[in-house]
Design a protein around this ligand. Structure first.
Ligand SMILES: Nc1ncnc2c1ncn2[C@@H]1O[C@H](COP(=O)(O)OP(=O)(O)OP(=O)(O)O)[C@@H](O)[C@H]1O
Ligand SMILES: [Mg+2]
Length: 242
């Protein structure tokens, strides 16, 4: 099985702060990797490096055939293959859900308005918001806005989706709606890496859990490893105690 994403011995510092200290993991096609760990352990930084939002100091990152560590990386081409969704939705407030979604396909992929509109309706249906196409962000709940943000990424037809704590700003009910969309995506075969604090979700949906601690992959394995941690640090993190 060829990996969609492969990090090998990745190093990244901010000044004297060593944030990624030899991180290696890989994610195969259709797999879902859940990255967990304490605040400051380097989870967001790892995700941002995968999408070349940060440059790395050492090691290699290969993503959908792009050598992300290479100085000659074509960032635009990489980002056509990789969608990223953050905790803040960053929708344009003066554009409707549909218009927000149509923007990138028309501007970046040169799709016609009609094509982009069809695409917008298709992805809105996938996130359960077909009837909200004409709503502005302020007319939507936080969970609905986040689902529009996910739909906007899907409209670029990415090969890989990255999610960084996309439910952290939402109350439990809205969180459930967004997690359901992500679970559907996973079932549909989307390759995904998600940083999450939702342990139950990680256990249920992830093919691989990556526990980061002090800038290293401290422990990795299937969701069941959360029930039987090998290290005291992970046991502490999941609150089971050793
Ligand atoms: N652009 C930056 N400049 C300087 N330091 C940074 C930058 N981005 C992250 N850091 C530092 O890198 C470390 C890891 O940050 P990161 O955001 O990757 O952690 P995290 O695991 O995502 O934490 P959280 O769970 O709080 O989101 C922190 O010490 C942070 O202060
Ligand atoms: Mg983070």
């Amino acid at each position: 099985m060829s990996a969609v994403v492969k990090l090998s011995n990745v190093h990244k510092s901010f000044g004297t702060n060593k944030v990624l200290d030899g991180v290696s993991f890989e994610v195969g096609r259709g797999e879902v990797a859940a990255v967990i760990g304490q605040s400051g352990s380097g989870k967001s930084t790892a995700l941002r490096c995968i999408n070349a939002l940060e440059t790395i100091d050492g090691g290699t990152i290969d993503v959908c055939g792009h050598a992300v560590h290479d100085a000659k990386l074509d960032r635009r081409s990489l980002r056509r293959d990789v969608g990223i969704v953050f905790q803040s939705y960053n929708l344009f407030p003066h554009l409707t859900a549909e218009q927000n979604i149509m923007l990138a396909p028309t501007c970046v992929k040169n799709k016609s308005k009609a094509e982009a509109r069809d695409l917008a309706h298709d992805v809105l249906r996938r996130v359960g918001l077909a009837e909200k196409a004409d709503h502005f962000p302020e007319q939507l709940s936080g969970g609905q806005q986040q689902r529009v943000a996910i739909a906007r990424s899907l409209a670029m037809q990415p090969k890989l989706m990255l999610f960084d704590e996309v439910t952290s700003a939402l109350d439990p009910q809205l969180t459930g709606e967004v997690l359901k969309v992500m679970e559907d995506l996973a079932r549909g075969g989307m390759t995904m890496i998600l940083v999450t604090h939702e342990m139950a979700f990680a256990r249920k949906v992830a093919s691989q859990v990556v526990y980061m601690h002090k800038g290293k992959v401290w422990e990795t394995g299937p969701g069941a490893m959360l029930d039987k941690p090998n290290t005291a640090e992970l046991a502490d993190f999941v609150g089971s105690g050793l």
